[in-house]
Design a protein around this ligand. Structure first.
Ligand SMILES: Cc1ncc(COP(=O)(O)O)c(C=O)c1O
Length: 382
């Protein structure tokens, strides 16, 4: 049996059109965009075209996009760039307890440098409440950093509301939208946001490519120095093949968003209904908000069976799932997201994330769900 990949929130395969769009920039059009000869000019023209096309799809100006190496770099660039550059010397950040480590760890680093961070709590449904954000704000708050879609439980956060509040109070607002891009609407012209982190490999683009949207009104201190690339905001020769791939992924995936949303919703429902038939409604718990969630992420706990044991058994059976955050899945710590949701220990210790993608079929979900149910029954009856 071909292995079944249900870990699309960790990463996705590169789309065939994306791969094709990248190749010429390794082989024939390989110039450095900073070079003034014809090879360089060709690369510069291509780079401008990719930036223009992405900006158009996202609803921003081309100059408002900085190409980076991915979501992690974009988050770091936003957080350090705002906090180190705050003209008024404000030293307080508001973020949430369920952010990705690419936000939490930069915040911890800033704390060690004398900055202060308030971690807004979430309810047992994983949702951030606007009242809690409001309560966390202080006169010296320079930055609010909140994720759009949580990568472990798929909860969609009230970004618009938080953005309006930040705007009203003159606080810079950064959004980690790595898990939102290509999944839910993301129109930067309409959202009240100042900085937005994006990553290519979650949307069938290459790994090591990302972008940070920085609104033209936002002052960001650079933290990589060297050449004048990206308008002196991020030095270093641009990774043109990766940027070509990212632009192609955006161009290819965004128009499929609605279709993919419907398909993922069906797969999710199908998986849940098979598990209900096999294990009964009492046999498992779905983590996350009932309504405010993306359909391609399904986080389920099977009390009595440890995450590690289930993942190992599933892997042996050819089903790839995850324990939550991709970046920590090797370490098998209990998820900080589920802990922040204050779920009981038998739920936090038995959670598995299934995340669906364009390549998954109904038959694959059927097979995977049957395997999950068989393994759970076997382990519970031991
Ligand atoms: C919400 C979120 N932010 C940031 C990242 C990091 O992105 P990248 O892998 O492109 O560095 C991830 C990756 O899992 C993510 O899910």
């Amino acid at each position: 049996m071909e292995p079944i990949y249900l870990d699309h929130a960790a990463t996705t395969p590169v789309h065939a059109d994306v791969w094709e769009a990248m190749l010429p920039f390794y082989t024939t059009n390989y110039g450095n965009p900073s070079s003034t000869h014809s090879f360089g000019r060709a690369a510069r023209t291509a780079l401008n075209r990719f930036r223009d096309s992405m900006a158009k799809s996202l609803g921003c100006l081309p100059g408002e996009l900085i190409f980076t190496s991915g979501g992690t770099e974009s988050n770091n660039m936003a957080i350090f760039g705002i906090m180190h550059g705050d003209q008024a010397g404000r030293k307080h950040i508001v973020t949430s307890a369920i952010e990705h480590h690419a936000v939490l760890h930069p915040c911890e680093r800033l704390e060690s440098l004398g900055f202060e961070v308030t971690y807004v709590p979430v309810g047992s449904d994983g949702l951030i409440q606007i009242e809690d954000v409001e309560a966390a704000i202080r006169p010296d708050t320079a930055l609010i950093s909140m994720m759009y879609v949580n990568n472990e439980v798929g909860t969609i956060q009230p970004i618009e509301q938080i953005g309006r509040l930040a705007q009203k109070l003159g606080i810079t607002f950064h959004v980690d939208a790595v898990q939102a891009l290509g999944k839910i609407s993301l129109n930067l012209a309409e959202l009240p946001v100042d900085l937005v982190s994006l990553s290519a490999h979650k949307i069938y683009g290459p790994k090591g490519a990302g972008a940070l949207y920085v609104s033209k009104h936002t002052k960001l201190l650079p933290h990589v120095f060297g050449g004048s690339q990206e308008r002196k905001r991020r030095a270093g020769t641009e990774n043109i093949p990766a940027i070509a791939g990212f632009a192609k992924a955006v161009e290819t995936i965004l128009p499929l968003q609605e279709r993919n949303y419907t398909q993922a919703s069906r797969l999710r429902e199908h998986m849940i209904s098979i598990l209900e038939q096999q294990l009964g409604c009492e046999g498992f718990v779905i983590n996350g908000h009932k309504a405010w969630h993306v359909p391609h992420i399904l986080n389920i706990s099977f009390p009595g069976v440890s995450t590690e044991t289930l993942l190992m058994n599933l892997d042996l059976e050819g089903v790839a799932a995850a324990s939550g955050s991709a970046c920590t899945s090797g370490s098998l710590e209990v998820s900080h997201v589920l802990q922040a949701m204050k779920l009981p220990e038998n739920v936090t210790h038995s959670a598995v994330r299934f995340s669906f993608g364009m390549g998954n079929s109904k038959e694959q979900i059927e097979t995977a769900a049957q395997k999950v149910a068989t393994i759970i029954e076997r382990l519970r009856n031991k």
